[in-house]
Design a protein around this ligand. Structure first.
Ligand code: 13P
Length: 249
């Protein structure tokens, strides 16, 4: 009943011509895919190229970040209305790399979600524990606190429009995927947090994606878990064949 979401987070990869070439190869390979939402998130400057190349296809385009105010003296920032004005439909918020290198917090994550929703963007909100937190058995404490501060203050109507991505930081770009069981336990925990705050219906409807070294050879085991509703993919989304095989798995 939850339509899976397969999203590629390109991070700081690909030029505009490479973006167009990728999409031209990907489009025919996913045209016959089962019901699922397919999203590619290139760097800001390549959004227009991606949106143009994906027009009238099943592929939707997202940004990797945004700023929460609409306009003003904020050098280097990009607002939600700017993104929607060019046809961007999704946005990743609170990725661990933004938390680690650019000072994002649960408080800024919350402001960004609200700004994105006001403009009509579909947010993919990232949460996840670091290695030392997992080793200290603090995974649920960390996820619970990221949820409580970054997501739980939303109104139910706002919450119904977001996807969550569970991305254990130790599994990102390391080749160390969480086992399906580890990922499923975290997803199950997040869904119970959602249930506690927003109720059964909201918990049953929310798509929770897994991210962290998702590859064609491990997606089957992850997606077989009932609480895993898709993937947020870094490295394996940069090659059209490998991303298509994730979409078509
Ligand atoms: P990798 O798939 O390269 O591990 O990256 C995951 C990620 O951070 C997606 O947002």
């Amino acid at each position: 009943m939850r339509t899976p979401v397969l999203a590629g987070n390109w991070k700081m990869h690909k030029t505009a011509p490479e973006t167009i070439a990728f999409l031209e190869r990907l489009i025919p390979m996913v045209a016959g895919a089962a019901p699922r939402e397919i999203v590619i998130c290139p760097p800001f400057v390549n959004l227009p190229a991606a949106i143009g190349a994906a027009r009238a296809t099943r592929i939707e385009i997202g940004a990797q970040n945004l700023f929460w105010l609409k306009e003003g003296a904020y050098t280097g920032e990009v607002s939600a209305p700017m993104l929607t004005s060019i046809g961007c439909q999704w946005v990743i918020i609170g990725h661990s790399e933004r938390r680690q290198y650019f000072g994002e917090t649960d408080e800024t994550v919350l402001k960004k979600i609200i700004a994105a929703l006001e403009a009509g963007l579909k947010p993919i909100v990232c949460v996840g524990e670091r290695l030392e937190e997992r080793e200290a058995n603090a995974t649920e404490i960390v996820l619970g606190s990221q949820f409580a501060s970054g997501i739980a203050p939303l109104e139910p109507g706002q919450f119904s429009k977001i996807c969550i991505a569970y991305e254990p930081v130790w599994a990102i770009g390391t080749g160390k995927t969480a086992t399906p069981e580890i990922a499923a336990a975290a997803h199950h925990f997040l869904r119970s947090e959602i249930r506690g705050r927003f109720g059964d219906e909201a918990a049953a409807a929310c798509r929770i994606l897994y991210g962290g070294s998702v590859k064609p050879d491990n997606i089957g085991g992850l997606m077989a878990q009932p609480d895993i509703d898709g993937a947020l993919v870094g490295g394996a989304s940069l090659d059209p064949e490998s991303f298509a095989s994730l979409v078509n798995h």
